[in-house]
Design a binder for this molecule. Structure first.
Ligand code: FE2
Length: 426
C-alpha cells in the first residue's frame, strides 16, 4: 500500500507506539511499522499522537470582542448578557466574520478541529447567523463547525426570538438551542424546553440547550429536558449545557434526577473555565464552585464532555482556544485527580466531545478521517499537565499547522543547557 502521508513512531493515547498511514483524507493503516515508500513523513517519535480537540460549546459570534463597548464590571453572567445586548447593535457582518475566522486560525494552531458554536438569533437582522454560515463553509476543509440557533434573550422573553429561531433553522443552522432559566418564569422555561424539543423532533435535528446556568438550586429545567427527550424519542441527540444549578441542588432530588438523565441519554456539557468564573458571584463565603456534578454523572453512565464557552468576550476576559486549558480547569474543579480520571479529562475534550456532536468520522482508527494532532507530551495525562506545544496538526490528511518543540535555554553553571518540562523515563 502506498501512502500519501505517514505519522511515524508516535505514542497513541492508549499507549501503543505506531505508524499511522494516510491516503487522501482518511486513515488507512495503524501498524507498529509501515513502509515509507514515497509518502511524506511526519516524525512523531516520542510524542503523543491524538485525535483532534473538539469544543462542543462556544460562542463564535461574540469571541474576540473583549472591551467592546466596555468590560463586564461585576463579572456576572447577567451583566455579560446585558453587555452583549449593548454590543449586538454595533455588530457588522464583516466584523463578526473577521473575528470568527481569526479565532478559527487560533483553533487550528491548537489542534482544535471541531467546534459547536451557539449563535444568537435575537437580532432581527440575523447578521451573525449569516456571517457564521459563511465561516462554516470557508473553514470546512479543516474545521467541522456546527451552529446552534440560540435565543439568547429568551424564546418567549424576547418578542421575535421564536420566529427568528425558526428563520435561522430554515437558513441551515444545525442544532436547536434554548435558555429556559432566562425566561420570565419557571413555567415559561419549562414550556420553552417542550416547544424547542418538538421543533427539533419535527426537523430531525439535535438539541443543545443552555440549561440551568444559575446557582438557583430550584432551577430544574434539566428534568424537563430529559423528559421531552424520552417522550419525543430524541435519545442520544440532546445535550444540556452548563447544568450549574445541579451543583447546588438537594442531594435527594439529584439521586432521582441522575437516572432520568441517563435513561434519556442526554449528554452534559459543563464549561469549567466559565462556570468557575461566573457562578457563585452572589455568594459570600463559603463560595460555591458552581460546576455541575461531573464524576457523579459519569458514574451513572451519563456522557459528560467539557466545553470552552468563551474566549475574550463579554463573559470571559481570557482564553486561547486551548481545550487542554479547559480539561486542566475541569480536572481541578471536579477534583478528577486519580490517574484514570486525569486520562478521562483528555478523552472528554477529544473523543467524548466528538461523540456528543455526532462526529462519527473523528477518532484514531482505520477508516476514520485523517485529522489528528502531534503533541510535545508522552501521554494524555502529561498533555493535561503541560498543555504543551501542538507540534503538528493534520486536518483531512493535510498538515495545517506546525511548530517546533519549545525548550528553555538555561545559563546556569553546572546545569544542563536546556529544560523541557516533560517527565520522560530515562
Ligand atoms: Fe454558552
Amino acid at each position: 500500500m502506498s501512502f500519501d502521508l505517514i505519522v511515524k513512531g508516535g505514542t497513541l493515547p492508549d499507549g501503543r507506539v505506531a505508524d499511522i498511514g494516510i491516503i487522501g483524507e482518511n486513515i488507512t493503516a495503524i501498524e507498529p511499522s509501515l513502509p515509507a515508500g514515497p509518502a511524506k513523513i511526519v516524525d512523531a517519535t516520542g510524542n503523543l499522537v491524538s485525535p483532534p480537540f473538539v469544543d462542543p460549546h462556544f460562542h463564535m459570534d461574540a469571541t474576540l470582542s473583549y472591551g467592546i463597548p466596555r468590560i463586564n464590571a461585576s463579572g456576572t453572567l447577567l451583566e455579560g448578557i446585558a453587555l452583549w445586548g449593548e454590543l449586538k447593535p454595533l455588530l457588522t457582518h464583516e466584523a463578526v466574520k473577521e473575528r470568527a475566522l481569526r479565532y478559527c486560525d487560533w483553533a487550528v494552531s491548537m489542534g482544535l478541529l471541531a467546534i459547536r458554536t451557539h449563535v444568537d438569533v435575537c437580532d432581527d437582522r440575523l447578521l451573525a447567523v449569516e456571517a457564521l454560515l459563511e465561516v462554516k463553509k470557508e473553514v470546512a476543509p479543516y474545521i467541522d463547525l456546527q451552529l446552534v440557533a440560540f435565543p439568547q434573550d429568551g424564546l418567549y422573553r424576547s418578542p421575535t426570538a421564536r420566529q427568528n429561531t425558526i428563520r435561522a433553522l430554515d437558513l441551515g443552522v444545525d442544532v436547536v438551542g434554548g435558555i429556559p432559566h432566562f425566561e420570565r418564569t419557571m413555567a415559561d422555561g419549562t414550556r420553552s424546553v417542550t416547544e424547542l424539543c418538538e421543533i427539533a423532533e419535527k426537523r430531525g435535528l439535535m438539541v443543545d440547550m443552555h440549561c440551568d446556568e444559575t446557582d438557583d438550586p430550584l432551577s430544574r429545567h434539566i428534568e424537563q429536558l430529559a423528559y421531552e427527550t424520552q417522550r419525543l424519542g430524541l435519545q442520544g441527540r440532546v445535550a444540556g449545557s452548563h447544568l450549574t444549578s445541579m451543583h447546588s441542588m438537594d442531594n435527594y432530588y439529584v439521586s432521582k434526577l441522575l437516572p432520568l438523565i441517563a435513561e434519556a441519554q442526554v449528554s452534559a456539557i459543563p464549561n469549567p473555565l466559565i462556570n468557575i468564573m461566573l457562578q457563585g458571584r452572589h455568594d459570600t463565603f463559603p463560595k460555591r464552585r458552581g460546576m455541575t456534578r461531573v464524576k457523579e454523572m459519569q458514574a451513572h453512565g451519563i456522557r459528560v464532555g467539557f466545553g470552552q464557552d468563551c474566549v475574550l468576550d463579554p463573559w470571559y476576559s481570557l482564553g486561547t482556544a486551548d481545550m487542554l486549558d479547559v480539561a486542566f480547569m475541569g480536572l481541578h474543579v471536579a477534583q478528577m485527580s486519580s490517574p484514570a480520571d486525569m486520562a478521562k479529562c483528555f478523552d472528554m475534550v477529544t473523543n467524548v466531545n466528538a461523540t456528543i456532536m455526532g462526529l462519527d468520522h473523528l477518532g484514531l482508527e482505520v477508516g476514520k478521517r485523517a485529522s489528528l494532532v502531534v503533541l510535545d507530551a508522552g501521554n494524555p495525562i502529561e498533555a493535561v499537565r503541560l498543555r504543551p506545544e501542538r507540534l503538528c496538526v493534520i486536518a483531512r490528511g493535510k498538515v495545517v499547522a506546525e511548530r517546533p518543540r519549545q525548550e528553555t535555554r538555561l545559563s546556569i553553571e553546572g546545569r544542563p543547557a536546556a529544560v523541557n518540562r516533560r517527565h520522560e523515563a530515562t
